[in-house]
Design a binder for this molecule. Structure first.
Ligand code: GAR
Length: 218
């Protein structure tokens, strides 16, 4: 599928900010990792000044693991079921991110709800991508819900993570029409094309604000 469908992105796409030294990011992902791959690609091409320090996943068979291995990015599998309490699970994630001295945490398909304990360790330094125009369709079945609800427009959002699920200040959104013959598969493909545009640009925005300690703007 190409980008032949109509879409709108706001704020408008501009040049990526330059980071020197590169912005140190940690990626949390539970799935295929196509968003993660886009970050790898842009970084390798020298277009986005990020240093992907570590990939953390909670799934043994997540596709993102192979993508990390292919380019020798350290990865760690941290499974919720191996811990007696959610706080201990999150502590392991937090310690790993601290170990790699991560400046920005990027949730790229992370399918676990994070608690205030985690969020407060990285206050205003966690961003998340979600496949809807937030605040519409929060939760784990956003694309399906938008179709079932008969929405005519949907999209994807990147936001800073706060203590509510799929909440927090929006950084960037992309919107597209839901056509009559769209189904979960076609809509997912289109939304992911847009995600691969807005996630890197949102990292650029968030990195700029983190580096300039200018969070009041959000
Ligand atoms: C993305 O579409 C992302 O928006 C979604 O998971 C997918 C991961 O795809 N995240 C959520 O639903 C979070 N609530 P990927 O593994 O191919 O990057």
């Amino acid at each position: 599928m190409d980008k032949s469908f109509n879409y709108i992105i706001s704020p408008e796409i501009s040049e990526f900010r330059r980071f020197s030294p590169k912005l140190k990011i940690g990626v949390l992902a539970s799935g295929k990792g196509t968003n993660f791959q886009e970050l790898i690609n842009l970084s390798e091409k020298g277009l986005l000044d990020i240093d992907i320090k570590v990939l953390i996943t909670n799934k043994d068979d997540a596709g993102c693991i192979r993508r990390a291995e292919n380019v020798a990015i350290p990865h760690k599998i941290i499974r919720g079921k191996d811990f007696s309490k959610k706080e201990l699970f999150e502590l392991e994630i937090i310690n790993t991110l601290f170990h790699y001295d991560v400046e920005l945490v990027v949730m790229a398909g992370w399918m676990k709800i994070v608690t205030p304990f985690f969020i407060n360790k990285f206050k205003n330094k966690i961003i998340n991508i979600h496949p809807s125009l937030l605040p519409a369709y929060k939760g784990g079945s956003a694309i399906k819900d938008s179709i079932l609800n008969g929405s005519k427009i949907t999209g994807c959002s990147v936001h800073f993570v706060d203590e509510e699920v799929d909440s927090g200040s929006l950084i960037m959104q992309a919107a597209l029409s839901i056509l009559k013959d769209d189904n979960i598969e076609t809509l997912t493909k289109k939304i992911q094309i847009l995600e691969h545009i807005i996630l890197p640009h949102s990292i650029s925005h968030a990195g700029f604000f983190i580096r300039s300690n200018f969070m009041e703007s959000y």
